[in-house]
Design a protein around this ligand. Structure first.
Ligand code: NAD
Length: 347
């Protein structure tokens, strides 16, 4: 069992503590938070509280330090934890720029320890269902994937609504959805276009719309909204031989597989003020429609994998080169939104 200490006992730090306690590969040795009330909350929950972050770094008993603080303080904590001889799990987004992440990776390489980023949404069932349809090839090669997450409550009124600590939705939710997208389409990205929304917040984006162009012509769309009172589908995908529609993470994916392209006698349908053959829906003679069972997923495999990677038994599932690519896309998204231009990129 790997001994884990958590820095930052807020929403996500407390979540890690719960998972680390439940896990079959980790045990919780303690936490530290700069806020007195959070340290008191941890004590109330029976968790050992260190005197400082430095006290965690000095504890040779600790195998893994989890960093779960606001985004702007990740770098210092990650680098210090690595330099003091600990493996590190850092919350997403690991850094505010590629440059910052490169310094973390340099510290990792010098330390001989391991750094992983908590991209836990790779275990989301909706994402796994979409991925399984791509991998099975049952509706052919991907043409376009659209991934959206829509809420209606604006940005939480904490550090997330300010620029300096790394707030805004590109950094908060975008990092998850972009990470997932680059697992679905693994080709080189050649164009990035992004625009941000500021319906509820001037300082940082409360949503964004990001279009990615890939080398072979495949495209992807990633959208995060916090001012959507009716949500659009979580995933929508067009492939060469069918389409996928997944309304939200509670639901099964619906797949429509084309079995025959040609229909001899399409009956025109009446819609609105006219008739159309082009938009006439298909029937079972040319389309096979079915649902995909929700895949089984266990987010504890994140910890299992990292602990096994520390012991040299396997590779890390969340690879630092993948994390770096996602940060590259986010940097390009910010630039595209600021310059109001589509960027040609090589990511
Ligand atoms: P939060 O504000 O609830 O908690 C952050 C805690 O860190 C606070 O209690 C704060 O006092 C403490 N802190 C700040 N600076 C510190 C320092 N130098 N040393 C020790 N403690 C310090 O925020 P949160 O929602 O828990 O988010 C924390 C991190 O977790 C962010 O990076 C966020 O993006 C990430 N997060 C990830 C997920 C996920 O699903 N992977 C979900 C939520 C948040």
């Amino acid at each position: 069992m790997k001994k884990v200490a958590v820095i930052g006992y807020g929403g996500q730090g407390a979540w890690h503590c719960t998972q680390v306690l439940k896990s079959d590969v980790t045990e919780l040795v303690g936490i530290y938070d700069i806020r007195e009330e959070r340290r008191a909350a941890a004590k109330d929950n029976g968790i050992f509280v260190y005197e400082s972050n430095e006290a965690i770094f000095a504890d040779k008993n600790v195998d893994i330090v989890v960093v779960a603080t606001p985004n702007d303080v990740h770098e210092d904590l990650v680098v210090n934890a690595l330099k003091s001889g600990h493996n590190v799990i850092c919350e997403k987004p690991v850094a505010l720029s590629v440059e910052e992440f490169d310094r973390m990776v340099e510290a990792q390489n010098e330390s001989g320890k391991k750094l992983s980023v908590h991209q836990n949404r790779r275990w989301d069932v909706d994402f796994l269902a979409t991925k399984s349809v791509i991998e099975s090839g049952e509706i052919g090669e991907v043409l376009r994937v659209e991934s959206r997450i829509h809420g209606s409550r604006g940005i939480p009124s904490d550090w997330r609504c300010h620029k300096e600590p790394g707030g805004g939705m590109i950094l908060d939710w975008g990092v998850h959805l972009i990470d997932q997208m680059l697992q679905l389409i693994t080709e080189k990205i050649v164009t990035v276009n992004c625009n941000t929304t500021h319906y509820t917040n001037e300082e940082v984006d409360d949503g964004f719309r990001l279009e990615l162009g890939f080398q072979s012509g495949k495209t992807a769309y990633v959208e995060v909204g916090t001012y959507n009172f009716i949500a659009m589908p979580r995933f929508y995908m067009q492939c060469k031989e069918g389409s996928l529609h997944l309304s939200d993470w509670q639901q099964k994916a619906k797949v429509a597989k084309l079995t025959r392209w040609i229909e001899k006698d399409v009956t025109p349908v009446q819609n609105a003020a006219g008739i159309t053959k082009t938009m006439a829906p298909r029937d079972h003679l040319t389309l096979d429609s079915y649902e995909i069972e929700r895949p089984i997923s266990d987010v504890h495999n994140f910890y299992r994998n990292f602990c096994a990677a520390i012991d040299g038994e396997c590779e890390q599932l969340i690879k630092n080169c993948e994390v770096r690519r996602v940060l590259g896309v986010m940097e390009a998204a910010f630039k595209s939104a600021q310059d109001k231009q589509t960027l040609k990129v090589d990511i």
